[in-house]
Design a protein around this ligand. Structure first.
Ligand code: SF4
Length: 333
């Protein structure tokens, strides 16, 4: 099957129906042992030092892995991605456009998805058949999510990893589904973790995934990964069709819409504190102001850049924050 690169989550149901293998370039970048090499490639080609590391990593991953076609999200993603897509087009990479309309009106979402379906010359019936197939896999990801915040048998990193992987199904839905089934069987046999402090992770997925194991040393665990969970479309089975599914996806739309689901999940998961991760040079850092105003809960903002591990200062800040949450919660569990 032909590979097609993604810079963010898009309706992969359409791509799969068209016979493509979607590859999330973010995952390709961050899971590489040589992730820094991808950033270097971008900087050598002229990308500035003062640019988000994800953009440079995606660029390097695309060039190095010989990806010839990508989906370019023109609306609903950041302006850096737009510029990246233009550079990739200059390099001769075929770009298929898709947009999450700013209006967030149902009819506009439908129009964009219909355009996408026409570009790939597939039928709505085939797209819905793929969607139904993927709902089975998505249900397994939801089970892992419940095993994180209800049973406490999946840790925060596993939760992050398996939700985020739904963006491209690790390149093969059948193999990925088997992997999910096996890990669920393995998790069922574990003893619950039951840490004292329940954390929510908010913001773009981290460069520094060691944060998940770091907090566990301080009797804390992440029981909610906001954006990663959105990538896994946990409400897809409630959506009547692909249009509703992508309308009900919070990541590309405004903060008010995102807040509804966020607040609901924070309450349900009995969150004690929030880690808001932002990426250096990313406009989303400004959202911290809104989050702190709208969420009546302690929030710590940490920023990552090129390193894929926490630096000493961030570790200290995390430790102090967790100490404070522990005091607030008292001795009780
Ligand atoms: S981290 Fe921010 S700047 Fe970087 S790709 Fe994501 S949204 Fe864009």
């Amino acid at each position: 099957m032909k590979k097609i690169g993604l810079t963010t989550t898009v309706p992969i149901e359409v791509l799969l129906a068209a016979g493509y293998t979607p590859i999330d370039l973010n995952n390709l970048f961050i899971t590489s042992k040589n992730y820094e090499k991808y950033i270097d490639i971008a900087e050598r080609d002229g990308f500035p030092k003062s640019l988000c590391a994800w953009i440079k990593g995606i660029y390097g991953a695309c060039i190095e892995n010989d990806i010839k076609e990508i989906v370019g999200v023109m609306e609903g993603d950041c302006s850096n991605t737009k510029a990246l897509i233009e550079v990739l087009a200059l390099k001769g990479i075929n770009v298929y456009p898709f947009s999450f309309p700013h209006s967030h009106k149902k009819e506009d979402v439908k129009k964009e998805i219909d355009k996408f379906i026409n570009i790939f010359n597939v039928s709505l019936k085939d797209v819905e058949a793929v969607r139904n197939r993927l709902n089975k896999t998505r249900d397994l990801a939801k089970r892992i999510d419940r095993m994180t915040y209800i049973d406490h048998k999946a840790n925060g990193f596993e939760n992050h990893l398996y939700q985020v992987s739904l963006s491209d199904l690790n390149g093969d839905v059948d193999v990925f589904e088997k992997e999910l089934e096996n890990i669920i069987l393995d998790m069922k046999k574990r003893e619950p973790m039951n840490k004292k402090i329940r954390l929510a992770y908010i913001g773009v997925p981290p460069m520094t995934a060691d944060m998940y194991s770091f907090v566990e040393k301080f009797d804390a665990q992440f029981v909610y990964n906001e954006v990663q969970r959105e990538f896994a479309f946990p409400r897809a089975d409630k959506a009547l069709n692909i249009y509703e599914q992508y309308y009900d996806y919070t990541y590309p739309y405004d903060t008010d819409f995102r807040m509804i689901e966020l607040k609901k999940q924070m309450k349900e998961r009995k969150i004690d504190g929030v880690i808001h991760y932002t990426q250096a040079f990313c406009y989303r850092a400004v959202e911290d102001i809104i989050l702190k105003k709208q969420l009546d809960i302690p929030i710590l903002n940490i920023e990552g850049d090129k390193l894929n591990t926490l630096d000493a200062r961030t570790k200290l800040r995390l430790e102090a924050f967790l100490d404070m949450l522990s005091d607030l919660k008292g001795e009780s569990r």
